[in-house]
Structure formats: structure tokens, C-alpha cells
Design a protein. Structure first.
Length: 383
């Protein structure tokens, strides 16, 4: 059975810090780099806002590497070391979602260096654990200026941190509202009790927090279903329907993050969620007359059968009354009523992200010979 997530999303930094202190890191890269003399190796990975980068490197023969640095692309230096053999894990905070560059440079006069590299990330919360650290590349034509041996780009890089609202979590809940058996006497047995019964229930109230116009958390009823059955024959048919529904419910639970606040999944959840009916009416048994009323005094459904069921797409809020009547002259009946609602819950969070802008050089700096070259620009793969 799929269990409901126990953690609650929070944007408070103290909560993020507590999570980061205990969360298991996620591996980003484990690799070995061979760096020839006078050459360099550069790695690019995306990281999410609130991540902590855990960066460890070692030169396998204990030889010194000329320079190692980590930058938030394009040019915000976050870590640098020189003439180093590594061996000590570095921790780098990621304030905004963006691309990071890991650069290893070998001196020209030295021999080849072999560097073992480990890059991991500790996400800010569970919802960001599956963040895609790959980088997407954009190739474009850019202008450079050259004068003698000197060359410079025809732009300056500008980095801007912005904030956006992103969906952090989406769950579909199967909520049991009613599961009750009523003993209803026959018309001739009214000395012992009534031949009618009333069952009441209420759908969960939709919630929009902090308010409906700008919610960060939404809980809405999207459909509901009822099942009415009389006696042992109806109970047996209900259990048979549950067995038929097992396979389809398992697939839905995986695809929709379906969780349950009932005793388990069943055919009623499948009916409420998808409108797929696994129920059948037994060939024999006592019947019950029923009428379903809303809180505005309108009869929504009525019938007379051993088993009755239906998926409801409206109304999705309010209270309801189910009237039951036994029209038998002699025999009393046991009527079981089950009602289940499908509640869709969504939560959003605010996330900082990096915007890269290229500003053309002023006219007085655009001197020299113009050269047009292809340039590859990295972008975050996850949106």
C-alpha cells in the first residue's frame, strides 16, 4: 500500500537547514579525469535553489594540480584552490537555481595529472530530490573584437536572480467519508422500528491557502462515488469487485501518486476516480428503495435494487442525505452504505533562479577587427 507523505513543504530557511543536515546526498558525478600538460577539463551541472554541493577531488598520485575552481555560470566564483592535490570535501551553497562550472587546469611544464572527482548534492527538501542536474546547450553566433594579440567579446555578462512559483507536490487522495450498515425493519415489523432510515454525510471542504486568489496550497474535491448494498449477497459482490480492481488501482496509484485515508484501495476508489465500474447486481437478494438529496432539497439520484452505485462529478461541495426504505412486508434488511471522495491536493513553493543577460559593449569599445564565432551557452535542464 502506498503511504501518504508525512513531510510538509516549508519555505522557512530553518526547516531547509534541518532537512539539509539530515538528508542523504544525491550523486551527481563520480568520474576520473586525465589532464595533459597545459590543458584543462571543465564540467557543467545544474543545481536547484537551496542545494548544498558536496565537491571532492583527489590527484591519484598526490601530484599538485595548478588550479581548481567552481563558478556559478558565467563568472561568479564560489570556490578556488591553487597548487593543490585535493583530498578535502568542499561544501558550496546554491542560493538560486542555475548552472555551475567545475574547472581543473594543469600547468604547462608538468606532466599529465589524473584526478578522481566526486560531485554530490544535498537537496533543500524531498520535492527537489529528483531535480535534473543535466545541462542543455544552446549554440549561437556571437561577436568578438580583435586587435593585435588581444581579443575580447562584444558583450558583458549580467546575472539577475529572480523568483518564481513552481509546483512542488501534487497528490490524489481517496478519502472514505462513510462506511455504515443500517438495520431497516419491514412494514409489518414497524413495532420494533421504522422501515426507513436516513444517512447523512458531508464532502470535504475545498481549501485555498493563504487565500483563493493567490494560493500556495489547494485541496479540492474532484469527484466522489457511493455504493449501496443489501445483505450478504451484496457484500460478497463488493469483495469480488475489489479483487477485480486491484490491478487497475495499482497502476493508477503509481501514476497519480494516489494515497488513501481509507482501509485500503478498492473498486469504489476506481469508480470515484475514473468512472470504471467493477460492481455487479447479485441475481438474488432483497432490494432497498433509496433517494439521494443535496442540502438544497434537490433529489439527485433514486432507485430500487439490491446494489446501487454511481460516480458523482457534481455537486462537489456540501452536505447530503440518503433516504433508505424497506418495502418488504415481513423481512427486515441490512443495508450497507459506502461513500468515498477523490481529493486533489497541490502545493507550490517559491524558487529563486538565475537569468543570464548579455549586454552589448558601448560603441566606443567596439573597435578592432570583428569576428563572428559559434558559442555554446549552458542552460538548466529542469524547469
Amino acid at each position: 500500500m502506498i503511504q501518504k507523505f508525512l513531510s510538509r513543504l516549508s519555505t522557512a530557511w530553518v526547516v531547509l537547514a534541518l532537512y539539509a543536515a539530515h538528508a542523504q546526498p544525491v550523486s551527481v558525478a563520480e568520474l576520473t579525469l586525465k589532464i595533459p600538460s597545459g590543458d584543462e577539463r571543465v564540467l557543467y551541472y545544474s543545481f536547484a535553489a537551496g542545494d548544498e554541493i558536496l565537491f571532492l577531488f583527489n590527484e591519484l598520485e598526490g601530484k599538485k594540480i595548478k588550479e581548481v575552481d567552481v563558478s556559478a555560470w558565467p563568472n561568479q566564483l564560489r570556490y578556488a584552490d591553487y597548487e593543490t592535490t585535493g583530498g578535502r570535501e568542499q561544501r558550496i551553497a546554491v542560493p538560486a537555481t542555475g548552472v555551475y562550472r567545475f574547472r581543473f587546469r594543469n600547468a604547462a611544464a608538468l606532466g599529465e595529472r589524473v584526478v578522481q572527482v566526486s560531485i554530490r548534492r544535498r537537496p533543500a527538501d524531498e520535492q527537489r530530490r529528483m531535480f535534473d542536474t543535466n545541462v542543455q546547450w544552446e549554440e549561437r553566433q556571437d561577436t568578438f573584437y580583435r586587435k593585435g594579440n588581444r581579443e575580447w567579446p562584444g558583450w558583458t555578462d549580467h546575472v539577475e536572480i529572480r523568483s518564481r512559483t513552481v509546483l512542488a507536490r501534487s497528490d490524489t487522495n481517496a478519502v472514505t467519508l462513510l462506511e455504515k450498515t443500517e438495520r431497516i425493519h419491514s412494514r409489518s415489523g414497524m413495532l420494533y422500528g421504522s422501515n426507513t432510515a436516513e444517512v447523512r454525510f458531508k464532502l470535504p471542504a475545498n481549501q485555498y491557502l493563504p487565500d483563493r486568489n493567490n494560493p500556495m496550497s489547494v485541496s479540492e474535491v474532484i469527484s466522489w462515488a457511493y455504493w449501496i448494498g443489501v445483505g450478504d449477497e451484496a457484500d460478497r459482490s463488493y469483495q469480488e469487485a475489489n479483487l477485480k480492481a486491484l490491478g487497475q488501482l495499482a497502476d493508477l496509484a503509481t501514476g497519480l501518486k494516489l494515497v488513501t485515508t481509507s482501509s485500503g484501495y478498492g473498486a469504489l476508489a476506481l469508480l470515484a476516480l475514473k468512472g470504471v465500474a467493477m460492481f455487479s447486481n447479485p441475481p438474488k437478494g432483497d432490494n432497498v428503495r433509496y433517494t439521494l438529496w443535496n442540502d438544497k432539497g434537490r433529489a439527485l439520484e433514486k432507485g430500487n435494487s439490491i446494489v446501487a452505485y454511481k460516480r458523482m462529478e457534481a455537486p462537489l461541495q456540501g452536505s447530503f442525505l440518503l433516504q433508505l426504505e424497506n418495502d418488504n412486508v415481513v423481512d427486515g434488511i441490512n443495508v450497507t452504505v459506502k461513500v468515498l471522495a477523490i481529493v486533489h491536493q497541490k502545493q507550490w513553493r517559491n524558487e529563486d533562479y538565475t537569468v543570464y543577460k548579455r549586454i552589448p559593449l558601448p560603441a566606443d569599445q567596439r573597435d578592432g577587427q570583428i569576428q563572428i564565432r559559434s558559442v555554446r551557452i549552458p542552460h538548466v535542464a529542469s524547469k
